[in-house]
Ligand binder design. Sequence first.
Ligand code: URA
Length: 238
Amino acid sequence: MRLDKMLSECGIGTRSEIKKYIKDGLVCVDGSVAKKPDIHIDEEKAVVTFKGQQVNFVKFEYFMLNKPQGYVTAVKDNVYPTVMELVTDNIRNDLSPVGRLDVDTEGLLLITNDGDLSHRLLSPKHHVPKTYYAEVNGIVDEATVQVFEAGLDIGDEKPTLPATLKIQDIDEVSALSKIYLTICEGRFHQVKRMFEAVGMKVVFLKRVSMGSLTLDEALELGKARRLSDEEIEELRGE
Ligand code: URA
């Protein structure tokens, strides 16, 4: 890999900034000052330093974020803060969220630069299950469970695929239902639209799992942590 590419992927700066750092003698490779940005190095083995600090190359990074409300699932946004602002100890600068949670949705969001994994998790062919906890205005009952299981018309070309609805608690007085819903698709606003289709409104939504990955209960809202090797392996095996 080119030295300037390796340094920019490690978040040291833009290609032109890196060119200048190299010109100023701030970058060393295996103990010698690097002369040119386009030299090729073995990124896995070379000892690269910037201003005397070792720069570690990692190909892929994986973070689990417990997304809070008020953050948009994007790399850049002009209105809201982005979920990327909550991932702070990343090395690479090419991470992005896998899929999308609405600005008012909380919970599990995977953030990585592993494009193949993202693609597999999001591909409509793979039907990766995603489970949400939701609080809904309205009384969810056995009939609702059956309708969700059968698939319902939410105004798209095709009805939704079978979804599993589990009732956790119903407050008859305030007409509030607490449920878990597992869907195997990722349509725009899908959970909210499924409940709208049966005349109910989602008032709180939180994703708790995606494929084999489950939201870590110990992870505070707004915090991110690296996935363990085991979590990565399991996800890759999906
Ligand atoms: N379904 C929704 O309606 N919103 C989300 O954020 C995720 C799934």
